[in-house]
Design a binder for this molecule. Structure first.
Ligand code: ZN
Length: 149
């Protein structure tokens, strides 16, 4: 697949895909979920340590393309320290960003706004969304593997 790399791989995404944050096991995780995107082959596991409704730590493992890896890295960075409710709200904000829906004024995307350009590449939207769907499954304690289909 040929993509316009200059447009899609903005600096922040490139940085996170090359040096993912929060990649690795989380032995004291209280919640986890697996996500799979058959269109691309992205497969990740998100692990969270939640206490009293707050996400104290978040890590991911697995294999994904550059967009999926960067998204997982930035997703875990974004939800650490937040409450479960805040993380779910951020999921909605990120979903709106990817789908081009009118943003909720409460959404503070920060660096996550870099993913707005992924919209131009519909097949990559699922790559960017997978870590978020997986995180949401983890906080909702859904047992099955999440897929983007
Ligand atoms: Zn992918």
């Amino acid at each position: 697949m040929i993509l316009d790399l200059d447009e899609l791989y903005q600096q922040v995404i490139l940085d996170h895909s090359r040096q993912p944050r929060n990649r690795g096991e989380l032995p004291d995780a209280t919640r986890s979920a697996e996500g799979y995107n058959p269109l691309c082959g992205d497969r990740i596991t998100v692990r969270l340590r939640e206490r009293d409704g707050r996400i104290e730590d978040a890590r991911f493992t697995g294999q994904g393309c550059a967009i999926c890896t960067a998204s997982a890295s930035m997703m875990t960075d974004s939800i650490k320290g937040r409450t479960v409710a805040e993380a779910e709200k951020l999921f909605e904000c990120f979903h709106d960003l990817l789908t081009g829906a009118a943003p909720d004024p409460v959404c503070q995307m920060g660096k996550l706004a870099a993913f707005a350009d992924v919209r131009k590449f519909p097949i990559r939207v699922k790559c960017a969304a997978l870590p978020w769907h997986t995180m949401r499954a983890a906080v909702k304690e859904q047992p099955d593997v999440v897929t983007t289909e």
